[in-house]
Design a protein around this ligand. Structure first.
Ligand code: NAD
Length: 422
């Protein structure tokens, strides 16, 4: 089997994803021509995003939309606003979307978008300007049967509403062109918390099968945005003890468990930092990752667990990768040697794209689902994926990530081969 690529503190998401691909491709004996095809994106577009700032200056940001593979359906993937969202990062994330949609067996390919901008420094008017300009420049690539954006880091329902408005101004009202929209514009019930709910289903199944406790189990979460905050709340309701959480400002620790409903209200609803919450001791993000616990949940950035940092020192039973690519390939090896289970990102955090798929079908059929129907269908999808990954990992004696990727690769390669044309 190929050795993973070199590990360093800021290994790019694309380097991580590429190195993982080779390991899984070896497992299923994927031929070289298919590997070549899947390493490169189908289409990669870079655009200027000029915006008149509140002080009258013109700023020009760089934006990307990368469609990695569409053999199984229209490409699908979020849009991220972050200073580090460069072409390399967006490509890695687009590739991950191809594996995620294939593993969950939903009829989409993989794409991702990004704008290199510090969204927190923008006013609401500037944020709208950035979104509208970006959408105008990539609109010709989009469409319900072509490529469908959704929210990701620092983008939300409002950003999706502006994207839909721009797209519809050009092509006519098309709710299925964007997912993660507000309910009033055709969004789905349960979409906002879907990624966290999907991760909860995976954790429940894993807890049932291995005995790692959810009830009374200690949980540590890095990142307290859409995914981290909802998952923290769900786990608290499940009887778990969330002993530490953090955001970009820093972290908070309480060995008896943090008051999650109050913290959710403070940090998620009122947009304040967890750092300012009264109810725990201050810790750094670095200290947080090494905190003894059963479940460690990175839910912020990529490459936070590396060979040099945390792989040797973190002290949990399971890493639940809610974020995309939080663990580098060499850190993965170290964790495997230490007997620490890693539940991979494109299984754990797939709930968002699954409910995006439900939203798309509701829009196409013009028939809204009930919340109960959404959550039941989400549970079925997550559990099916969990079962096949677990089965493959046990049967072939490989880490869950390799098993999950091998399943996804086989499905994408089969669709590619059937469509032919080369
Ligand atoms: P978000 O923008 O809502 O929240 C991100 C959180 O991470 C914030 O609390 C922020 O303060 C924190 N953060 C940022 N930099 C940090 C740092 N250096 N250290 C610690 N915390 C930091 O984003 P989100 O939607 O919750 O996404 C989080 C992760 O989950 C991302 O990796 C994203 O790609 C992944 N993901 C999200 C979804 C979704 O539906 N939202 C779906 C799949 C995967």
């Amino acid at each position: 089997m190929s050795e993973p690529a070199i590990d360093r503190q800021r290994l790019s998401i694309n380097q991580i994803v590429k190195s993982q691909l080779d390991v899984a491709a070896d497992l299923i004996g994927l031929d070289e021509s298919m590997r070549l095809l899947l390493r490169m994106p189908f289409r990669s577009v870079s655009v200027e995003v000029p915006v008149r700032m509140d002080d009258g200056r013109l700023e020009v940001f760089r934006g990307y939309r990368i469609q990695h593979n569409g053999a199984r359906g229209p490409t699908k993937g979020g849009v991220r606003y972050h200073p580090e969202a460069d072409e390399e990062e967006v490509l890695g994330l687009a590739t991950t979307m191809t594996w995620k949609t294939a593993l969950l067996d939903i009829p989409f390919g993989g794409a991702k978008g990004g704008i290199q901008v510090d969204a927190r420094a923008l006013s609401q008017r500037e944020l709208e300007g950035v979104t509208r300009q970006f959408t105008r420049r990539i609109a010709l690539l989009l469409g319900p049967y072509r490529d469908i954006p959704a929210p990701d880091m620092n983008t939300n329902q409002q950003v999706m509403a502006w994207m839909l408005d721009e797209y519809s101004a050009k092509y006519g009202y098309t709710p299925a062109a964007v997912t993660g929209k507000p309910i009033a514009l055709g969004g789905s019930l349960g979409r906002e918390e879907a990624t966290a709910r999907g991760a909860l289903f995976i954790m429940r199944d894993y807890s049932r099968d291995t005995g790692v406790p959810l009830k009374g189990g200690r949980v540590v979460i890095q990142g307290f945005g859409n995914v981290g905050a909802h998952l923290g709340l769900f786990l608290y309701e499940e009887g778990a003890k969330v002993i530490a959480v953090s955001d970009a400002e820093g972290g908070l620790h309480n060995k008896n468990g943090l008051d999650m409903p109050a913290l959710f209200q403070h940090a998620y609803k009122e947009h304040k930092s967890v750092w300012d919450f009264d109810g725990g001791d201050h810790i750094t993000n670095e200290e947080l990752l090494d905190m003894p616990c059963e479940w460690l949940i990175p839910a912020a950035l990529g490459s936070v667990i590396t060979k040099e940092k945390h792989a040797k020192t973190l002290d949990c039973k399971v890493i639940v990768e809610a974020a995309n690519s939080p663990t580098t390939p060499i850190a993965d090896k170290e964790l495997e040697a230490r007997g620490i289970q890693v539940l991979p990102d494109f299984l754990v955090n797939a709930g968002g794209v699954v409910v995006s798929y439900f939203e798309w079908t509701q829009n196409l059929q013009q028939e809204p689902w009930t919340l109960e129907q959404v959550n039941r269908s989400l549970r079925n999808k997550m559990t099916q994926a969990y079962d096949i990954v677990r089965h493959m990992a046990e049967e072939r004696g490989v880490p869950w990530r390799t098993a999950a990727l091998a399943i996804a690769l086989e499905r994408v390669a089969e669709a590619e081969a059937l469509r032919g044309g080369r």
